[in-house]
Design a protein around this ligand. Structure first.
Ligand code: WTA
Length: 642
């Protein structure tokens, strides 16, 4: 635990959207005492409505509705409402491709592009309530596609470009998508990441898909299936710039984002319209302290929730300039990010501990050779940030001047839940600090009792907030079980945490079988079920092992079917197999072969024991020998007898 406390410099506090602890506390208290009034007033003041809502909050546990009766459109709030102001010619998206190409798209121009693409979707027969899959590199057409869908009320799901054809297929099928929007490929580490071939493979069994719209990004050779596949630039030639935003119900499904749960099947987290937008809009102001003149950069990929909320919807709703970068931080050299910050005079940087640790490893000379004086605020998300990385970020990147907002939240929460308001809440490295207004967290034990301060337990949230996920796509029962029944009546986050005597929250990590690799959620079961589909594998157990850079790395224990196997070769093959089944980011760092897995008498694999092995290194060596595993199996059996 770090004892150090960092307060923002006086000039930051003076200009902050919320200044001083008292103002933060007053805001939080107001939201806690009169939540409906609090959110109702903000919704009216901060968002643009076609028709005002009649109820702020309806609660049929565990299903929440916010701003029922209202008519609103996210695309209108992100675009149209800025066009009557000086923002119309402000840069909305400041994009840089990995090869160095640039695009600066004003609000007016983004509006035009979105309207045109919405008209394209209409011409393909898409209507309010239909579904679209978006599988794209980090190019401006990606947010254009999302905003065009939102404009029509077409529910979309962005699938991260690193997912395999198989993972893509499962998502297309689950969503019943009519259209897939993609590109030939994108650039990463100076190589092409091809996307269209994966779409072709995925569509071998997706009868709902009628069309594929393809952006030409890399210009590589791809197959186009006549009648089904259409080039974006061809469709864009003959459409109107005019496409009014459809007035949608506040609870209209905006998007589904698939994320790993504790089973092999990914969960389709559903977010709806008004509440999701309000949560993102407010946290842009509260946490990122956005000012009209800011240039703001979130380095996430739009394929994950951070990119949805804090590259696209939050930033555009508040009318800021949002930076978007296509490629990798080390291309052409390790100073790519610092070069961009200097070049565009970026003011706010939001990134992940994994990225910070990877950049620390390259040495201070990279950031030190650039002028980073434009930065005024830094952010972190995705996993706990270790105090050493926090201190480096503060000293070397922020030059001791920039507050750091360590933001805790989840795909399910839609927006930031626990984080410092930087002009109000002093920071302790490693702590996400205090909850946002309207967020009432607590730490409980297995019986559901609060554990009090300074004790570890399960992090829960006591009441619904506007941007909470409404359900799991097509599976409301699983939604209720996963989030609302572990501890009856409260939202169960799946994280362990501790609260200190100042009320600061310290999130420790997942308590379920979900790993966090480079800030990406991955379920152990998902990797296991991929492994056991390989013909050589009899059984597999997967655990996250601590990793210096990525936080956790995937470690798989595998028992093989009878045969004469070359472990080294097979290990390589299995790692590649998982990359093909799920995506490269899921590739196990390590495969350990054994002739048995530790199990309880009822036959349940004791992952806890395996976790201990990879954490405490009680078993050493690259490939676990049979003897070692036998020892563990015996230990497990003994444990089970006790
Ligand atoms: C972890 C990403 C500690 C946590 C927005 C959570 C964090 C999971 C933090 C959600 C943080 C995220 N400190 N842990 N600041 N931010 N986490 O759905 O375990 O991809 O439950 O959402 O990441 O991951 P997800």
């Amino acid at each position: 635990m770090s004892e150090k406390i960092y307060a923002a410099p006086a000039e930051f506090v003076t200009r902050a959207n919320v200044s001083g602890m008292e103002n933060y506390r007053a805001l939080w208290q107001q939201a806690a005492d009169r939540p409906e009034e609090f959110w109702g007033e903000l919704a009216e003041k901060e968002l643009d409505w076609f028709e005002k809502f009649s109820h702020v909050f309806e609660w049929d546990p565990p299903f929440a509705k916010w701003f029922a009766g209202g008519k609103i459109n996210v695309s209108h709030n992100c675009l149209d409402r800025h066009l009557t102001t000086a923002r119309k010619n402000k840069v909305a998206i400041l994009w840089e491709g990995e090869p160095g190409d640039q695009r600066m798209i004003s609000y007016q121009e983004l509006h035009r592009l979105v309207c045109r693409f919405a008209n394209v979707l209409k011409s393909l027969g898409l209507q309010t309530g239909d579904r679209a899959i978006v599988y794209m590199p980090m190019i401006p057409e990606l947010p254009v596609a999302m905003l065009a869908c939102a404009r029509l009320g077409v529910t979309f799901s962005v699938v991260f470009g690193g997912f395999s054809a198989e993972a893509l297929q499962a998502r297309i099928q689950d969503l019943g998508a009519k259209v897939v929007i993609t590109a030939d490929g994108g650039w990463r580490r100076a190589k092409e990441v091809r996307l269209k071939p994966a779409v072709d493979e995925a569509l071998s069994d997706c009868p709902t898909v009628q069309h594929v719209v393809v952006v030409k990004r890399t210009g590589s050779e791809i197959a186009m299936q006549p009648g089904r596949d259409l080039w974006w630039h061809d469709l864009d030639t003959n459409v109107s710039d005019d496409c009014p935003a459809v007035p949608l119900d506040s609870e209209h499904p905006l998007f589904v984002l698939y994320t790993s749960g504790t089973t092999g099947k990914p969960k389709g987290i559903l977010h709806t319209t008004a509440g999701y937008l309000l949560g993102n809009h407010m946290t842009m102001k509260w946490v990122f302290d956005i000012k009209e003149e800011d240039t703001y950069w979130c380095s996430a990929d739009i394929g994950w929730v951070t990119g949805h909320s804090y590259i696209v919807f939050g930033p555009l709703s508040v009318g800021t300039t949002t930076v978007m970068y296509e490629g990798s931080p080390d291309t052409p050299a390790y100073d790519r990010w610092w070069r961009m910050i200097e070049k565009y005079r970026i003011n706010v940087l939001y990134t992940s501990p994994t990225a910070i640790r990877a950049l620390i490893r390259q040495g201070d000379k990279w950031p030190e050779s650039h002028d980073l004086s434009s930065l005024r605020l830094l952010g972190s998300v995705g996993e706990p940030i270790n105090p050493a990385a926090w201190e480096w970020y503060h000293r070397v990147i922020g030059k001791g001047r920039c507050p750091i907002v360590d933001t805790w939240w989840q795909t399910e929460t839609g927006c930031i839940m626990i984080a410092p308001m930087p002009g109000a809440v002093p920071q302790k490295p490693g702590s996400a600090t205090l909850p946002m207004p309207g967020v009432i967290p607590d730490i409980i034990d297995l019986e559901g009792q609060p554990v009090g301060d300074d004790r570890e337990g399960f992090l829960i949230i006591r009441r619904p907030w506007p941007s909470i996920s409404r359900t799991l796509w097509g599976d409301p029962k699983r939604y209720a079980e996963q989030y609302w029944q572990r501890a009856p009546g409260v939202y169960f986050t799946g994280d362990a945490a501790r609260r200190d005597s100042d009320g600061y929250y310290w999130v420790l990590g997942r308590v379920d079988d979900v790993m966090n690799v480079s800030g990406h959620r991955l379920s152990t079961m998902e990797v296991e079920s991929a492994l056991v589909r390989h013909p050589a594998v009899a059984e597999a157990a997967v655990v996250g092992k601590p990793h210096e850079i990525t936080g956790q790395a995937v470690c798989a224990f595998v028992t093989l079917k009878q045969g004469d196997w070359n472990h080294e070769e097979l290990g390589r093959e299995l790692r590649q197999w998982v990359a093909e089944k799920i995506g490269a980011f899921a590739r196990p760092e390590e495969i350990r072969f054994s002739d048995g897995l530790p199990k309880t008498r009822s036959g349940k694999i004791m992952r806890r024991l395996l976790r201990e092995i990879v954490t405490s290194h009680t078993v050493t060596g690259d490939v676990t020998t049979l003897e070692d595993m036998n020892v563990v199996t015996k230990l497990a059996a003994q444990h089970d007898e006790d």
